[in-house]
Ligand binder design. Structure first.
Ligand code: BEZ
Length: 212
């Protein structure tokens, strides 16, 4: 059965381009993002790994460790990295798991045989500091993911986890936030220091400035 939100992210040991890891130990108390790509030396993946490297500082600001995986071996990953660096003019610091034994791919259901029997689809798992899965996403091989959207989701997840705030459709950082239904209206002023804008009894906005 595939993994669901709230499940514990399965632990594994793996070889990566940055050395051997125990996944849970490597995550420590950080947020994490595990994402698969179909194969090394492929066009879309070369742009995706480059984009991840370019955004490394943004993920770090969000206390989020990022790790990539495909079913290629370590030698292949290490030969491919200079291409990613050449194309994207960036150093690749993101570790890439060598999963030629398909251990991670199987644990996380990343091989969808009706799409491809040989390679992983483009999966993303965002994992909270409690090791629980907070987001899953699956894209086909031909569609590169939007890594700025993944940062936006991380912001939203962290607002919910740390401040009981939700984000409306198409929300971008700086826009008003929604107080989650679990917070009673008469407690909003005390909790956030502002009176909410009450659009409906269940739709209460506070400004982004309530979060430092
Ligand atoms: C790739 O870059 O991984 C890719 C692009 C198009 C189709 C399949 C894979």
């Amino acid at each position: 059965m595939s993994l669901r939100l709230g499940d514990i992210a399965p632990n594994f040991q793996a070889e990566t381009t940055k050395g051997h890891i125990d996944f849970h130990e490597w995550l420590g108390t950080s947020w994490g993002m595990l994402f698969s790509h179909p194969a090394d030396f492929t066009p879309v993946c070369t742009t995706e790994l480059g984009k991840t490297a370019l955004l490394a500082g943004e993920f770090a600001k969000r206390n989020t460790k990022v790790i990539a995986v495909s079913v290629d071996d370590l030698e292949s990953h290490n030969k491919w990295i200079p291409d990613i660096e050449d194309v994207n003019h960036i150093k690749v610091n993101v570790p890439i798991i060598a999963d030629e034994g398909r251990i991670v791919a199987t644990l996380y259901d990343m091989i969808h045989p009706n799409a491809s029997e040989k390679t992983t689809v483009r999966s993303v798992f965002i994992i909270g500091p409690d090791k629980k899965i907070k987001l899953t996403l699956t894209y086909p091989a031909s569609t590169g993911r939007n890594f700025n959207e993944l940062l936006r989701v991380l912001d939203s997840l962290q607002l919910a986890a740390d401040h009981s705030l939700a984000t409306p459709a198409d929300w971008v950082k700086g826009e008003n936030l929604i107080v989650v239904p679990a917070v009673p209206t008469d407690q909003i002023k005390g909790k956030y220091g502002v009176e909410p804008e009450i659009v409906k009894p269940y739709l209460r906005y506070v400004p982004a400035s309530v979060v430092k």
